[in-house]
Design a protein around this ligand. Sequence first.
Ligand SMILES: Nc1ccn([C@@H]2O[C@H](COP(=O)(O)OP(=O)(O)OP(=O)(O)O)[C@@H](O)[C@H]2O)c(=O)n1
Length: 471
Amino acid sequence: MNGPLRLVKLTTRAIASLTLNIPQRSRGLKTMSGRDVSPELVAQLGKPPRMRKDPAFKKVQTPEFRSVFTPELKELEALFKKYDYELRIAGGAVRDILMSIPPKDIDLATTATPEQMKAMFEKEEVRMINANGEKHGTITPRINDKENFEVTTLRIDIRTDGRHAEVMYTTNWQLDANRRDLTINSMFLGFDGTVYDYFYGYDDLQERRVVFVGEADIRIKEDFLRILRYFRFYGRIAKDEKNHDEATLAAVKENAGGLARISGERIWTELQKIVVGNYGSELLLEMHRCNLFEHIGLPVEPNLEEFERLCAGLENFEKPHYPILYIAGMLHSVDDAMAMHKRLKLSAYERDLARFITQEREKVGTDYTTLRDYQKLCLKKYIQRDYVEQLLKYSNKLELYNQLKAWVTPDFPIRGNTLAEHGLKSKRLGLVLDELKLLWADSDFQLTHKELLTKIPDVLEKIPSSPKRVK
Ligand SMILES: Nc1ccn([C@@H]2O[C@H](COP(=O)(O)OP(=O)(O)OP(=O)(O)O)[C@@H](O)[C@H]2O)c(=O)n1
């Protein structure tokens, strides 16, 4: 979730009822200010998730677990212990450790409130950084001027609007687990190696099963980006490309429109990880079947045939590939590329590559056949050499791709200012330069500075006196 959190206080009765997710307890819930608890929350109480009777069960002592214990983390743990607050590793890091993957970063969860943490760190003279995090319930101590840790207070989402959450702090670990997206992301790990798993995340991880905590529909409505997170983690965890939980897919389909409310940048970040991950192409096709495309800037009726051809061809090339390269296969035209850019806010590089590929791909095999053709393309002013290499990859031209990769571009013997000295200006100068480069390429890059200058009159003959703007 992003955006600031708003805190509300609930009555004791309301809190008690949240603990167990039992429907009858949801009736008549009020916040302390007398407001009704959100309908989503009440709905959430509608069906209790699969819950473990004995959630604290396993001692993990894998190398991945031990490797997270830097002296700084140990020091932080000792501090929380001294003040009698509980501290555990939370979410994604637990999932990774249990899969014997060293976690990228370690999120920590605690029973201490942000205020309590601040008081503790101030007293112990521990510097805190990123004061911004506080409005998200996260304090970031920097230990020994060496390592930062994000510590988030246990919380419950009281009210959500699909993007932001209104939260309440709690000291109940199960309630915090209950607000998380997937069962595999809902576990905690104590510093003695105990796994705290309330919703069978451990079993799901062993079985490579990707499901939401409780009802998928509710979890997705809390944050529609979770639709894409589902596909991303499916790629990371599942053993088989077609082993989706049917109820989950149904909820994804049902809530597809919610993605329209999520920012392009966040969608693109997830989408990129999905396409380059395991089963990337199959997942993209599944996302299409779930009617997600129109909400994430991709064509409602994508170029499936081209996409299939592209994915098969890319197998012949060494990975990784740019995510945008896969996506370009789904597009029919330059207009599709620009519409996608408008929605997803691609980088300038990605936008131009998508545009270049959709514009040039039909010329491969017709206008462009030899290595020389591609070398000439590389020499054009607005074309980066990398685009041309990507075009060859895209078109499954392995041999030409390798040849172009091995080609060292020789130095063009003429500079723009030499032409300026010959009275040529701006656009016309650029066009002459481009033409001379083509002649130079045709001479196998042999024409000298002097020889090229003698070609200028011929070149000028070919160029209209007031050229149209070239894109
Ligand atoms: N929309 C979201 C985003 C995050 N989370 C919870 O917050 C944790 C941390 O989120 P994040 O850092 O985004 O993902 P990770 O699970 O750590 O995955 P990654 O390794 O890709 O960072 C998740 O594990 C999950 O418990 C959630 O419930 N819903």
